[in-house]
Write a protein that binds this ligand. Structure first.
Ligand code: PRP
Ligand code: MN
Ligand code: MG
Length: 182
């Protein structure tokens, strides 16, 4: 197994904890969408791991689609100004849509996505995220399923990157300050 290395400070959420929590979320989602046709929308690239593991933990048959968005502006902070890099292949009108995210930080990306996808007249639109940082929220978003609320620290792994690195760690860890100058 990949070790922490010098760039990481600690394991915040282990692979086992992620697996167990995703099974609970999958059971709740199964119950909610029983007998319905569900489309999972993953937000590239961070949501890749959550999407893959959550989808396999579901008993419900689902279809999957992906969106790639870029939140541009100065610096590393999300600006809330979002540009679509890859749109859905699917017409979601009349569909039950579940957006799958790795993390809600400021909430600006998701807020924009909800209004963009919401305007396409889906039958329903809800959100499942593995992680959420309540102390970093800049907008209030109604999120149906949250894996873990975490402190406002720089986290990587399980899809989450710093400068595109660390996405393939099987756990969520905190990044050592010397890596990002914190
Ligand atoms: C990250 C993360 C969420 C978003 C959350 O994506 O995966 O999509 O930021 O931030 P917010 O709540 O402050 O808007 P990022 O834009 O880094 O792209 P990535 O998924 O390709 O890493
Ligand atoms: Mn993302
Ligand atoms: Mg990122």
């Amino acid at each position: 197994e990949k070790d922490l290395g010098a760039d990481l400070e600690s394991v915040l959420i282990s692979k086992e904890e992620i697996d167990a929590r995703l099974r609970e979320l999958a059971a709740a989602i199964d119950a909610e969408y029983a007998g319905k046709d569900l489309l999972l929308v993953g937000v590239l690239k961070g949501a890749v791991m959550v999407m893959a593991d959550l989808a396999r933990a579901l008993s419900t048959h689902v279809t999957m689609d992906w969106m790639a968005v870029s939140s541009y502006g100065a610096g590393t902070q999300s600006s809330g100004v979002v540009r679509i890099l890859k749109d859905l292949d699917t017409d979601i009108q009349g569909r039950h849509v579940l957006i799958v995210e790795d993390i809600i930080d400021s909430g600006l990306t998701l807020s924009w996505l909800l209004s963009n996808l919401g305007s396409r007249q889906p039958a329903s639109i809800r959100v499942c995220t593995l992680l959420r940082k309540p102390d970093a929220a800049k907008v209030d978003i109604d999120v149906e399923w949250v894996g873990f609320d975490i402190p406002n620290e720089f986290v990587v792994g399980y899809g989450l990157d710093y400068a595109e690195k660390y996405r393939n760690l099987p756990f969520v860890g905190t990044l050592a300050g010397h890596v990002y100058g914190g």
